[in-house]
Design a protein around this ligand. Structure first.
Ligand code: PLP
Length: 378
């Protein structure tokens, strides 16, 4: 019996095995979003006056989850926005280079390219594993994933950041698949400069929630991409956001918006408290193990992800497709959904289409076995 499933409402008939793109969200969290929206409607003006104090509470709770100082955090709708804040906002010397691995998420790689085109910098890519030899005198910033989107490989970001820092090179980590999936401890990641992640993947949080973390070394120098009420001081109700602390206030999202998803982050952490982070992660791991055993026995497709034991594996499981399915490309994902009700991920990794399966706590062993059965018929 799956102790989590009753807290979710998966669509009837859908085999949802792509939490790596977006997870399902617990019913209690969805209800909290609606509750917050309704409460706001009772008097939007009065509610708006409370927003900054309440957002600070959420940020403090997020800090506890990440063992991070909440004054180093800022909320955004997703990790793409957080990576924009770092890559476009940090001053870099003229003519310098941004270094990326060749398996970065394409949208994030484009932020680096955009920055380079905007300011006359260069972008260089390298193939993993990272070695210090990749850092050249002109390298100013390394942009690297914590968990590689294509294969689920976990990179040693603390070591990479330590090597880079020795040479005065900044590191911005794309942790899209890390928050929730891996235990993060920002007080132990002191060499990192910037780190962004989502809450709507492995943390099971509301859609449109993510965050950025910035080392105190850069609080003065990072230029916010947008300005607004709290850019120069924290007037009126903004004083209740972090007691007017300058960095988090300057990094606030600007203007009026729907704050309900951000308030429901607190309800997301109530889910984590109720079940326990270790139990949640152990369940994801057990499902990955079951999946690997099923695919190994039934399909025998080559596994492209690192082994489950050994600390190099995140929450994603990626396989090489047989040639006739690889030829079908992206269309295979739509066909699986339309004909079989099976939602998978189909990343293109170094020019090749791969199958990515990423169950989360709400999935069952039976669903995985059925999904593998469908794949066998293709
Ligand atoms: C490594 C990586 N970075 C960034 C993203 C972008 O996430 P979002 O669209 O939520 O910003 C993804 C999404 O899958 C990803 O895998």
């Amino acid at each position: 019996m799956n102790p989590f499933r009753s807290e979710f409402d998966p669509a009837p008939g859908l085999l949802y095995l792509n939490s790596g793109t977006h997870s399902l969200t617990p019913r209690a969290v969805l209800e909290a979003i609606t509750r917050e929206e309704r409460a706001y409607e009772e008097n939007p003006t009065a509610r708006l006056m409370l927003v900054w104090e309440r957002l600070w509470e959420v940020q403090t709770r997020l800090g506890a989850f990440l063992n991070a100082d909440p004054k180093c955090l800022f909320l955004r709708q997703n990790v793409t926005e957080a990576m924009n804040a770092f890559i476009l906002g940090i001053p870099l010397p003229g003519g310098s280079e941004i270094l990326l691995s060749d398996v970065e998420y394409p949208a994030v790689a484009n932020i680096a390219r955009y920055r380079a085109e905007r300011d006359g910098l260069t972008v260089r890519t390298f193939s993993l594993p990272f070695t210090e030899k990749e850092l050249r005198p002109e390298t100013a910033l390394v942009v690297i994933s914590h968990v590689i989107t294509g294969t689920g490989e976990v990179l040693p970001v603390a070591e990479i950041a330590a090597a880079a820092r020795k040479r005065g090179v900044l590191v911005a980590v794309d942790g899209a698949h890390a928050a929730g999936a891996l235990p993060l401890d920002f007080r132990a990641l002191a060499d990192l400069d910037f780190y962004g992640s989502n809450l709507h993947k492995w943390t099971l949080g509301p859609k449109g929630t993510g965050f950025g973390w910035v080392s105190p070394r850069h609080h003065e120098t990072l230029r916010p991409l947008e300005a607004g009420w709290a850019t120069f001081d924290s007037p009126n109700d903004y004083a209740a956001f972090g007691g007017g602390a300058r960095f988090p206030a300057r990094m606030l999202m600007q203007g009026c918006r729907n704050f309900a998803p951000f308030f429901a982050i607190a309800d997301t952490f109530a889910f984590w408290d109720r079940h326990g982070a270790d139990v949640i992660r152990a369940r994801v791991r057990a499902l990955q193990r079951f999946l690997e055993a099923e695919v190994g026995q039934t399909l025998k497709w080559p596994l492209l992800s690192p082994p489950l034991d050994g600390g190099r594996r995140g929450p994603l499981t990626t396989y090489e497709l047989p040639a006739h399915l690889e030829k079908e490309g992206y269309g295979l994902m739509s066909r699986l959904l339309k004909d079989h009700g099976l939602q998978v991920g189909l990343p293109r990794v170094q020019g090749r289409w791969r199958l990515r399966l990423s169950p989360h706590v709400y999935n069952t062993e039976d669903e995985i076995a059925r999904a593998v059965g469908i794949l066998k018929t293709l």
